[in-house]
Design a protein around this ligand. Structure first.
Ligand code: UDP
Ligand code: MG
Length: 197
């Protein structure tokens, strides 16, 4: 089974849209899946929406935070709740194209344990944002020795990689870098960042 983790902060409108979109793409591909929505202490009705959608769609499960802890915490809580043999983390606003998950899953079936999503384009970010992002990843890549230019949180991990990540003692996590660090048989797919729905 493929588990998809969707950290969700004030995404009340996106919960039903994301659940439907992912079902429309994964069902015809005969991929058994679950959607783990993590409500990161939203101020809107995100949690009520997750509960509502899960009533009619057995693929949907939810995790509920007592307050907003941030996306890193939401991703790790979701990863610790998965039932599948592999998991994909993606943004709830569909900026990570759902169709790419099928490509990632097929690579996992071929034996890859980590499939990194690498941004082709950075979407509609401002020039200054792009400049800071480029500088940040240049420094991170220099320090870690891994090429992290255009790396993202959009990635697939085999269950055994998850187990290793969840055992790491880090309290301040940096998910997108940690998957580079742990080793394992990995490959990359590129994607275009969509506009926020
Ligand atoms: N998110 C979250 N907790 C937060 C902020 C964001 O879980 O405190 C989620 C958000 O709902 C979305 C993803 O993380 O699914 C990325 O957030 P956003 O779209 O705001 O950021 P960006 O597109 O700039 O990376
Ligand atoms: Mg976004």
């Amino acid at each position: 089974m493929l588990s998809i983790i969707l950290p969700s902060y004030n995404e009340e409108k996106m919960i039903p849209i994301a659940a439907k979109r992912l079902g429309d793409i994964l069902s015809p591909e005969n991929i058994d899946y679950e959607l783990v929505f993590v409500d990161d202490g939203s101020r809107d009705s995100t949690w009520a929406q997750i509960q509502e959608v899960s009533k009619n769609d057995s693929h949907v499960v939810g995790v509920h935070f007592s307050r907003n802890f941030g996306k890193e915490a939401a991703m790790f809580a979701g990863l610790s709740a998965v039932k599948g043999g592999c998991a994909v983390v993606m943004d709830c606003d569909l900026q990570h194209p759902p169709q790419t998950i099928v490509e990632m899953y097929r690579l996992w079936e071929q034996g890859y344990e980590i499939v990194e999503g690498i941004k082709n384009t950075r979407g509609d970010e401002s020039g200054l944002h792009k400049l800071f992002a480029r500088s940040f990843y240049k420094i991170i890549s220099g320090l870690t020795g891994f090429d992290m230019q255009n790396a993202s949180d959009f990635k697939l991990l085999d269950k055994k990689v998850l187990d290793v990540l969840l055992q790491m003692p880090e309290r301040k996590t940096f998910f997108r870098a940690m998957s580079f660090w742990v080793g394992f048989k990995s490959c990359q797919v590129t994607y275009d960042v969509a506009e926020r729905r």
